[in-house]
Design a binder for this molecule. Structure first.
Ligand code: ARG
Ligand code: GLU
Length: 719
């Protein structure tokens, strides 16, 4: 018995040991491919990425430079999350015709809705260009000069490396600048909305369930890529035709079970897995709590208004969701880092690293690294905290201040680059701000500003704040700004920007909102930013050296993956439950029963539509159920982060089985410390997507476009 348990423990440790990490798709051959096969994958690395032939990467475009999406039909049908298409769904909605609330389904191509400014970007080719990017930089001793030369090399290469006229070259740093990779990409600009479930499905559980397992959200929406007659990217035109992809995913409706192989392919945004312990300590104890407190205040106010006023609810829907999303993530991350003793684990890793440095006789290169980190992070602490306050209060969560901030930059642009640059940006503002003001409500924003500037004045390090913020009646100041500033409506904003540079700058400098932001910005630019940048540059250089040391001194079999940087990555693992706390075990699949368990009639997060209840009562699940139950979500050990939203979850054969959209609460710290025992990604089961499209929406024509497969049934028949 004991032996068996030991064996099980050993087996589970060894399968976990092969998980975690976000890998570069062109470099899977060898270690990753072997691991993936041992986890059950039946494909080869070449099926995932191949320069010469079409491969899976040709079906996974970056969605609007933020999320991920996948092509699921030969006619360019594109699947992503509901929360990724949210802005587009919102932009087509009005109080009378609210697609967020009711859902939207185009029953014919002609009904598909064009979206200004929505793009999807495919990767055509991936190639290492490290030596070219680092050419003539080795001899430079100053970090600033080195970075400048690297940037010059990157721009020169971006201009000279071969590509087709409609393509684009991009070069990105990996391993903190120890490796550089060149991507040839293709961006499609005509992407139309095809379908979206109502929020009661697509956002079921809303913010209460966000980042939480067990989950029951049908977080998907459908788009279609359009191309010109030559199947190339083109701006929107009614003459464009559905794009014919190089590859699209077959959809498996055979379902998943615990321990099945899964792989997630997408564009993870940013992780910091190799931070020194001292930096993690700062995030846990200082930076996260500060950001959480600011957002907490802003969210409470917005929520109060949204619950009372339907128009405000639509206006603030996307903004609120995005502010709430990271607010909640930081809370989970902080908890998880504490509970998993991440700081202690990083300290042990560092001790081990230093031992290796000594053994290898590399003290000259790496010996001072950690003490330097220690010193720099102490020194940067008040600057980093001030910077987060400025970003959260001024640039992010008070709209009037963030508008003002952009105008302060406009003034600076005039002084730096003259009238022409000023006029160009001014014209852009006049066009661009119309959208922003459409979703702006001065009543809401005034209350937000009142609280946030108070927090800023009392909590941000005082030594860097301007006189005009300290010891003031900020409530009165806010009221004065909202009653006199021209930043409170689009019409008066346009008035403010009317005329030549001199007139505009004069008007701006008389505006109470503008002058207030200018005062805050000038203090920040003078007292915080230069010093922050100076220390941060040093830390970046140290981080690069640290990374180099880790790569150099780790054993060959160590799994050292580059931090996420919004480039295409592969992560893989298994479908797996987890134990979040003592005596609790979460199984890996949820069912429609769970939706009904959570159902609160009329609730703004947990309402269920009558149509779904009817389908549930009649067990009208079509071919999508399993033993009479309809699967909704499942979890796995894939290592994902923000940007992986909408990523395809793929089975051992390369078929689509789900759609990534979140991580579990206990594992949100995986951006900084990935623990395979409790870090899980959350996916929508593809059968729930198909059920909603087919049975709920009656959009059978979309199902007919897809290629539905049965890999497991086929296997059984063969036997
Ligand atoms: N947490 C998921 C992600 O990071 C989903 C966010 C959208 N949902 C929400 N309720 N805010 O994007
Ligand atoms: N929901 C996230 C996104 O928008 C993905 C979840 C995560 O951060 O892991 O990308």
């Amino acid at each position: 018995m004991k032996l068996l348990r030991l064996l099980i423990l050993f087996l589970s440790i060894s399968t976990f040991a092969q998980q975690g990490g976000m890998w570069i798709p062109s470099l899977l051959e060898g270690m990753n491919e072997n691991e993936m096969k041992s986890l059950g994958m039946k494909m080869s690395a070449k099926d995932i990425y191949d320069v010469n032939k079409s491969s899976m990467k040709d079906a996974v475009p970056h969605f609007n430079n933020g999320c991920t999406s996948e092509v699921i039909s030969p006619k360019g049908l594109l699947l992503t999350n509901h929360h990724c298409g949210y802005g587009q769904i919102q932009s087509h909605s009005t109080v009378e015709n609210d697609y967020l609330e009711k859902g939207f389904w185009a029953m014919r191509l002609e009904d598909e809705l064009p979206n200004e400014d929505l793009v999807v970007t495919f990767i055509v080719k991936i190639e290492d260009v490290t030596s070219k990017v680092l050419e003539n930089t080795q001899s430079l001793t100053s970090e600033a000069d080195k970075q400048k030369k690297i940037q010059e090399n990157i721009s020169a290469l971006t201009n000279s490396l071969p590509k087709e006229s409609w393509q684009e070259n991009r070069i990105r740093a990996f391993y903190d600048g120890n490796q550089y990779i060149w991507f040839v990409v293709e961006t499609f600009k005509d992407v139309r909305l095809v379908g979206a479930p109502p929020s009661s499905i697509g956002k079921f559980g809303s913010d209460t369930d966000n980042w939480v397992w067990p989950r029951h959200t049908g977080d998907f929406s459908l788009f279609r890529i359009y191309a010109d007659k030559n199947n190339r990217p083109a701006a929107y035109s009614k003459d464009n035709v559905p794009y014919t992809p190089k590859h699209f995913f077959p959809v498996s409706i055979d379902g998943v079970k615990e321990n099945d192989f899964t792989m997630v392919f997408g564009y993870p945004g940013r992780t910091q897995e190799y931070l020194p312990a001292v930096a993690v300590e700062q995030i846990v104890n200082e930076l996260n709590p500060a950001k959480i407190e600011v957002r907490d205040a802003a969210l409470k106010i917005q929520d109060g208004f949204m619950r009372k006023d339907k128009a405000i609810k639509i206006q603030y829907a996307a903004k609120y969701a995005s502010v709430a999303n990271y607010w909640k993530k930081w809370i989970g991350e902080t908890k998880g880092l504490k509970k998993s003793n991440a700081v202690q684990i990083k300290k042990e890793f560092e001790k081990d690293f230093m031992d290796k440095v000594t053994k290898a006789g590399k003290q000259a290169e790496y010996g001072n690294l950690l003490s330097e980190f220690e010193k720099n992070y102490k020194e940067i602490a008040p600057y980093a905290l001030s910077r987060d306050y400025f970003m959260e209060v001024v640039m992010r969560n008070t709209e009037l201040l963030s508008f003002g901030y952009r105008l302060v930059q406009l003034e600076n642009l005039y002084h730096a680059r003259g009238e022409k640059a000023f006029n160009d940006r001014k014209e852009n503002f006049i066009i661009g701000f119309e959208e922003l003001y459409k979703d702006f409500n001065a009543l809401v924003d005034e209350k937000v500003m009142e609280q946030l500037v108070e927090l800023y004045a009392t909590k941000s390090p005082k030594q860097f704040l301007p006189e005009g913020l300290l010891n003031q009646d900020l409530k009165a100041k806010t009221a004065e700004i909202f009653s006199t500033s021209k930043l409170t409506s689009y019409n008066s904003f346009k008035e403010l920007l009317n005329g030549d540079a001199k007139t505009v700058l004069e008007a701006l400098n008389k505006d109470s909102g503008f002058t207030f932001v200018k005062m805050l910005t000038e203090a920040y630019n003078k007292n915080v930013l230069p010093k922050y940048d100076e220390i941060n540059l040093k830390n970046m250089a140290l981080q690069r050296t640290y990374m180099k040391g880790i790569l150099e001194l780790s054993p060959k079999e160590a799994r050292i993956f580059p931090d996420a940087n919004s480039t295409l990555r592969v992560t893989y693992g298994k479908v797996k439950g987890y134990a979040p706390s003592d005596a609790v075990y979460y199984s890996p699949v949820t069912y429609l029963e769970g939706v009904m368990e959570k159902y609160v009639p009329g609730d703004y997060e947990f309402d269920v539509s009558p149509k779904l209840i009817e389908l549930y009562n009649n067990k009208d699940f079509g071919p999508y159920a399993e033993n009479g139950k309809l699967p909704v979500n499942f979890i796995g050990t894939n290592h994902t982060t923000g940007g992986n939203s909408g990523s395809p979850a793929i089975d051992a054969h390369g078929n689509l089985i789900g759609l990534n959209f979140d991580r579990v609460w206990e594992g949100t710290m995986s951006d900084i410390y990935y623990d395979p025992a409790i870090c899980r990604n959350i996916m929508v089961d593809i059968r729930y997507v198909l059920f909603v499209v087919d049975k709920y929406a009656g959009a059978k024509h979309l199902i007919e476009e897809m290629k539905i497969v049965h890999p497991k049934q086929k296997k059984k028949k063969k036997k």
